[in-house]
Design a protein around this ligand. Structure first.
Ligand code: TMP
Length: 225
C-alpha cells in the first residue's frame, strides 16, 4: 500500500500518555510499517530531538530544574520544543516527510498542568509561542491505569537506571495525568484518539495502524474526489 503525501506538507503524528504506556515501542512499530509503505518517516522525541533540546532534556529529567518551580519547568520544556519544531519538525513536514514524535505539547498540558502546577492559560501561551502553526494532524493517546504503567516502567528499567524526575511523583499525580490526557482527547476528538494500551504489543500496533490508515487514507480519498 502506498500513502499519498503532498510535497508541501507531510503528516505530523504524536504519541502521548503517562509513564510506561508503550509509546516508544508503538512509535517504532508504526515507523517501520510506514517505511514499508514507501513513506519518508522521521522519528523523534520530546523533550529532545535536537542537540539543544537534548541538553534541556538531561537537565529537566535529572530533576535539577525542579527546584526552579513548575512554571520554569514548563518554560524549559517549551524552549526545547521551540527549537525542536524550528530545527527538525517543521522542515521535515515541509519537505513532505511524516514526523512521528514521542510526546509533544499535550505532555506539557498534562504534566505541568497536573495538580494545578501551572494554569491552563499560561500553558496555552507557552504552547502557542513554541509550536506556532506546527500542530499534530493526529495524536495517539495510549491509555493505561497509572499503576500498571508505573509498574511497566519500573520493570523496563530492571534496576539499571534510577526513576526520572516525573516517575518519582506520587501515584495520585500519575492518576491525575491519566485523567488530564483523557480530558484533552475528549476536548479535541478531531485530532486525538485514545487506544487501550493494556492490549498486547501486537494488538496495540494493529489498532494504531488501522487508525492511521483510516485517518489518512480516508483523507486522501476525499481530497481526490
Ligand atoms: P519519556 O521520554 O521517557 O516519556 O520521558 C519524558 C518525561 O518528561 C516524562 O516523565 C514526561 C515528562 N515531560 C513533561 O513533564 N513535560 C513535557 O512537555 C514533556 C515533553 C515531557
Amino acid at each position: 500500500m502506498t500513502f499519498q503525501t503532498t510535497p508541501e506538507k507531510g503528516r505530523f503524528i504524536t504519541f502521548e500518555g503517562g509513564e510506561g504506556v508503550g509509546k516508544s515501542t508503538q512509535l517504532a512499530r508504526l515507523a517501520g510499517h510506514l517505511r514499508d509503505c514507501g513513506v519518508e518517516v522521521v522519528t523523534t522525541r520530546e523533550p529532545g530531538g535536537t542537540s539543544k533540546a537534548e541538553k534541556l532534556r538531561e537537565f529537566l529529567l535529572s530533576g535539577r530544574a525542579a527546584p526552579l518551580g513548575p512554571l520554569a519547568e514548563a518554560a524549559l520544556f517549551s524552549a526545547a520544543r521551540a527549537d525542536h519544531v524550528a530545527t527538525l519538525i517543521a522542515p521535515a513536514l515541509k519537505r513532505g516527510a511524516w514526523v512521528l514524535c514521542d510526546r509533544f505539547a499535550d505532555s506539557t498540558r498534562a504534566y505541568q498542568g497536573a495538580n494545578g502546577g501551572v494554569d491552563a492559560k499560561t500553558l496555552a501561551l507557552l504552547e502557542r509561542a513554541a509550536v506556532g502553526e506546527t500542530r499534530p494532524d493526529l495524536t495517539i493517546m495510549l491509555d493505561l491505569p497509572a499503576q500498571e504503567g508505573l509498574a511497566r516502567a519500573a520493570s523496563r528499567r530492571d534496576g539499571c537506571e534510577a526513576a526520572d524526575r516525573f516517575e518519582n511523583e506520587a501515584p495520585s499525580f500519575h492518576e491525575e495525568l491519566r485523567q488530564a490526557f483523557l480530558a484533552i482527547a475528549e476536548s479535541e476528538p478531531e485530532r486525538c484518539c485514545v487506544i487501550d494500551a493494556s492490549l498486547s504489543v501486537d494488538g496495540v500496533a494493529r489498532a494504531v495502524r488501522a487508525l492511521v490508515h483510516d485517518r489518512f487514507l480516508a483523507h486522501a480519498a476525499q481530497a481526490a474526489q
